[in-house]
Design a protein around this ligand. Sequence first.
Ligand code: RRO
Length: 318
Amino acid sequence: MTLDFSTTLGPAWFPAPIFTASGCASSGKELAQFFPLKSIGAIVTKSIMVKARPGRPTPRMAETPSGMLNSIGLQGPGIDSFIANDIPWLVEQGARIIVSIAGETVDEYATLARRLRSVPGISALEVNISCPNVENRGMVFACDPVSSRAVIDGVRRTLGGDLPIIAKLSPDVTDIVSIAREVVDAGADGVALINTLLGMVINTETMRPHLGGKTGGLSGPAIRPVAVRAIYQVHQALPKIPILGMGGVRNGRDAFEMILAGASGVSVGTATFGNPKAAIEIQSELKALVSAKGFTSLKSAVGFAHREIDSESAKESM
Ligand code: RRO
């Protein structure tokens, strides 16, 4: 039986459901020596801001049990250089591209959307409203429903119908479903779940915070159950809204778990640091697993964990 492994995030179509996670593979240049970038669903680029930015002071990484903390602080070349260099290079590779954008104000997000709306070769915008490594928590738009809505509303108005919007949300909230509802209401086509959790490591030798930025974003297998829970909750509340799932995925089984919870696609991030081929290997493993479970399409497995047990037998007819 052949498997239709393609997926969609709103109006955007992808031949396969595994993506890079924003921030973990920059614009893909380093990964390209390990596998053809066009062989996975899409490259999700590191969140880009209007201006070039040096990021936070070092150290910017810390190892934690089953995970890591990062405190990069939105280091990047700025939108002009990104459009001039990174996008054309990715297009040349034949890769599909999801551009992640981040701003300090609603206007900055709108400016980025304006710059990107007519650039050819972009499948969707991931609107990152949940970076934990900013100067104050008030700038984590995704922690507040009103701010979340304002950003997505500004981006949607600027884009018109030109590009799909995927809003990236934070797990550091009491009720992620209510934030998801706001961004969808404001015009997001889908949501990316989840960004890193705010964490901290104190060096017991120096007796001071280890990271230059003091706090950082926790990623890796330690956060996977949090991601699965968020995906499950949002899919249950908004079953028609596509979800790009991420958070500690290390193998095909982990990716399959997110698909079953309700994700239409899965991003691989931290695993790439240990194994640069992680995304392509996870994609093969996922394909084998979905087939082995008797599904004829990836889409028919999306959200399967929500079904009553006795619908198991109905799977063959899908
Ligand atoms: O750059 C970062 O420090 C960063 C970002 Br933009 C983000 O969205 N999540 C994260 O863990 N780090």
